[in-house]
Design a protein around this ligand. Structure first.
Ligand code: SF4
Length: 375
């Protein structure tokens, strides 16, 4: 089935699931493709080789070759993104699904992704797109203007770069975020944090909030299970703090691999001492996935022990994820323990921070962006 662009834009208004996974249609566009977009950060080496400077992998790419993330091409010494204006996943999701709990609770996000990733996590939940080459999956032709116009038309106040790894579609993300800001729309990034300082600083000027997946707390884990590096991610978190951008951290707790009590304690201590005690930290339940189907689902008891450890370490806003109806989904005042935002899954049952950033009982200031007007 082929649908035109107008039909597609209408259809996604009601879309709530990752439709690309079982989509059986291709899309046509009423606009020609704008052509390939040159990568923003790279340098030319000798003999037509280029070196990508977007992320710490610093790939060196020969003519007609691609970097590790697979969605950029060296064409005769010029390095191009193959996914600019080519999202492969678009959905409208609640912000809680990203998850952001201290950023505009209850709003909808216009969420999108392209193919490719600079990690290859063995537990990836979106491996169908993150580990795919652009030509291996279906995509849509949607320019930054199309995306922003659509968010505006549907009155969606936040665009979220998510599902896969937005760092590898840097140029598309940057242009959307820059345009969105001009139209009063927020942009948020959900990322592994594996990015170089210069591109990240430039990008942050256009973002309202960032969620970082802290996948473990040892270099060994990052190398063995993600093909990445811990230190680069910690550096990104430190930079976020320095830039004063709202950010939250998610840790996917994988049985036997990163749930060691000592490691969790060290992680919490580092977050508190180096980032601050008011950073929201979400410990999320693992479900067997991709290359780790041999492991069990994380036990709720393990998550509750981690919650306790994190609170005892001094972190004020600790959450458990993928455990619907659990008390640790809600936001509590760190001073008087009043329930400030009552959540059930992605649903907000009560929000006492709608009009104020203070606990109504004891006036403690609660870190976050609670009001749509404040960007
Ligand atoms: S963004 Fe992709 S091509 Fe560039 S350095 Fe990272 S993995 Fe390599």
């Amino acid at each position: 089935m082929v649908i035109n662009r107008r039909q597609f834009l209408k259809a996604i208004g009601t879309c709530t699931a990752l439709s690309f996974l079982n989509s059986d249609y291709a899309l046509s566009s009423d606009k020609p493709n704008d052509g390939l977009r040159e990568v923003s950060f790279y340098k030319k080496l000798q003999d037509g080789v280029v070196q990508c400077l977007i992320c710490p992998k610093h790939c060196r790419i020969v003519n007609q070759g691609r970097g590790y993330c697979g969605n950029k091409l060296n064409d005769n010494g010029f390095y191009y993104s193959l996914v600019y204006s080519r999202p492969c996943a678009i959905n409208i999701d609640p912000i809680e699904k990203k998850p952001f709990y201290h950023f505009l609770p209850g709003v909808q996000t216009y969420s999108l992704a392209t193919a490719g990733c600079n990690f290859s996590c063995k537990f990836c939940q979106n491996w169908h797109i993150s580990q795919a080459k652009p030509e291996e999956i279906k995509y849509f032709n949607l320019s930054p203007t199309d995306i922003v116009e659509e968010a505006k038309t549907k009155k969606i106040p936040v665009i979220a770069f998510t599902y896969g790894e937005p760092i590898v579609f840097y140029e598309y993300m940057y242009d959307i975020a820059q345009l969105a800001r001009k139209h009063g729309i927020h942009s948020v990034m959900v990322s592994n944090g594996f990015i170089n300082k210069e591109p990240f600083q430039k990008l942050c000027a256009q973002l309202s909030a960032v969620k970082i997946d802290l996948k473990g707390f040892t270099e060994e884990f990052y190398q063995k299970y993600c093909n990445g590096s811990l230190q680069a991610v910690l550096d990104t978190l430190l930079l976020l703090k320095e830039l004063k951008i709202h950010f939250e951290i998610v840790v996917l707790v994988i049985p036997t691999l990163n749930d060691n009590a000592k490691e969790i304690k060290e992680m919490c201590r580092w977050i508190k001492n180096d980032l601050g005690d008011d950073v929201p930290v979400h410990f999320s339940r693992f479900c067997p996935m991709y290359k780790l189907t041999n492991l069990p689902v994380t036990a709720v008891k393990t998550l509750e022990n981690i919650y306790q450890t994190a609170r005892e370490s001094g972190l004020k806003f600790v959450y458990l994820g993928n455990v619907a109806t659990h008390y640790a989904e809600s936001t509590y005042c760190p001073s008087c323990q009043k329930v400030l935002i009552k959540r059930v899954g992605y649903h907000i049952e009560e929000n006492l921070l709608k009009n104020s950033n203070k606990c109504p009982d004891c006036s403690t200031i609660i870190t976050g962006i609670w009001n749509i007007e404040k960007k």
